[in-house]
Design a protein around this ligand. Structure first.
Ligand SMILES: Nc1ncnc2c1ncn2[C@@H]1O[C@H](COP(=O)(O)OP(=O)(O)OP(=O)(O)O)[C@@H](O)[C@H]1O
Ligand SMILES: [Mg+2]
Length: 379
């Protein structure tokens, strides 16, 4: 077991001037499950491959425990990697696939058999040990790839989109299995995915990358509650956070016909940056629906600026009923433009398509970002 440190690690591919990974800094704790997530091309695989020793590091350093591994060959790093395509040897049995690295390392046959059988038991593969990979389902192959990593008892597991070949349902059950297996083995793990739901459900902490730059490393809860910028705000959460540009007024922001209070600190930070508008972020579950004409709820939550109905008028385009909840996909006019919004509603009281809702964000749940820089301004 070991910590992993990316210390301003940079990768510039030959022929390119822009780093694919730019001064990445993350300290991963011993036994931690860290997920690297971000859109396609943001540098996730490159980061993982630098840690594996499969990609040169052009700046900074990488450490495993207190060993500087920046320029060590992969075989000397004490890591095991699980790839997206599993890379199983088709002509070898499951047992031979799982034990292959140990055989290369010169471990004796009896010892290999023991380790393979132990791993097969953990992964529910015992009855398949003599089969060839082609006679296995996708999920079973995925577990063989895991088994091959486990038998090596490495200091660090590296996994690059190991679930992307599985169908949706199997992905969900396998992600739980991998997360609980990792916790049981306690081996430090760096896991790459482009799927933010996978990241949020599996990671002790999540690192969000964009264009080779680290945006935020945080626990899933903090990432959801306090995204540091507009990018993370829009990337984490499903359905995504509503992000709306609104004018700043006295003591708050103008949200349709209401003024929603915003902390003095956030407003003065916006003024310092020269913003006259800010981007507010509201998660779909953080809207209060107010009655037409402004009900008591609306009046207590926000100052109604005129006799017009409180809040923002949203025309209901589509209603997605999920049983307990419903999601309203609607549009609103904000600053003269049509803006698509998602509002979570009670599943027992969903509005009709074609009607109009008035919504007000719950004041404590409002995220405020600078229009100029995209940085978070609210606490
Ligand atoms: N061998 C290479 N030579 C040159 N550029 C590369 C090479 N491999 C990757 N890149 C570039 O580096 C950037 C990061 O690629 P990387 O594979 O790390 O992205 P990723 O986040 O893993 O994306 P995906 O989700 O699509 O797998 C991309 O712009 C990509 O085009
Ligand atoms: Mg990749």
């Amino acid at each position: 077991m070991a910590t992993v440190t990316f210390d301003k690690a940079t990768r510039i591919y030959p022929g390119s001037t822009k780093p694919a990974v730019d001064q990445l800094e993350i300290d991963i704790e011993d036994g931690e499950f860290l997920v690297l997530v971000g859109p396609s091309g943001c540098g996730k695989s490159t980061s993982l491959r630098m840690l594996a020793g499969l990609e040169d590091v052009n700046g900074g350093a990488i450490r495993i425990g207190d060993r500087d591994v920046t320029h060590l060959p992969p075989k000397d790093r004490d890591i095991a990697m699980v790839f997206q395509n599993y890379a199983l040897y088709p002509h070898m049995s499951v047992a031979d696939n799982m034990g292959f690295a140990l055989k290369i390392a010169g471990v004796n046959k009896a010892e290999i058999r023991k380790k393979v059988e132990e791993a097969a038991k953990i992964l529910d593969l015992t009855e398949y040990l003599d089969r060839k990979p082609k006679a296995l389902s996708g999920g079973q192959r995925q577990r063989v790839a895991m088994g091959r990593a486990i038998v090596r008892e490495p200091q660090v597991f590296l996994m690059d989109e190991p679930l992307s070949n599985l169908d949706a349902k199997l992905r969900v059950s396998t992600r739980t299995q991998i997360a609980s297996l990792q916790r049981r083995l306690g081996i430090t793990t760096v896991y790459v995915t482009h799927d933010q739901v996978e990241a949020m459900t599996m990671g002790d902490r999540v690192a969000v990358l964009k264009d080779g730059l680290l945006q935020q490393v945080d626990s899933p809860r903090n990432m959801y509650d306090r995204p540091v910028n507009l990018f993370v705000a829009g990337f984490i959460g499903s359905p995504a956070m509503n992000l709306i540009e609104v004018p700043i007024t006295d003591g708050g922001v103008k949200f349709g016909n209401s003024v929603v209070p915003v902390s003095r600190e956030a407003l003065s930070a916006a003024a310092d940056k020269g913003d006259t508008t800010v981007h507010v972020g509201v998660r779909p579950e953080h809207f209060d629906i107010v009655e037409l004409g402004g009900g008591e709820a609306a009046k207590s939550l926000s100052k109604n600026t005129s006799d017009a109905p409180a809040g923002l008028a949203v025309s209901v385009n589509v209603v997605e009923e999920l049983g307990a909840d419903g999601y309203v996909y609607g549009s609103a006019e904000v600053g003269g433009e049509h803006k698509d919004l998602v509002v979570r509603v009670n599943g027992r009281a969903v509005p009709e398509k074609g009607t109009e809702l008035h919504v007000v964000p719950r004041p404590g749940e409002l995220h405020v970002f600078s229009t100029k820089t995209g940085e978070r301004l609210s606490d």
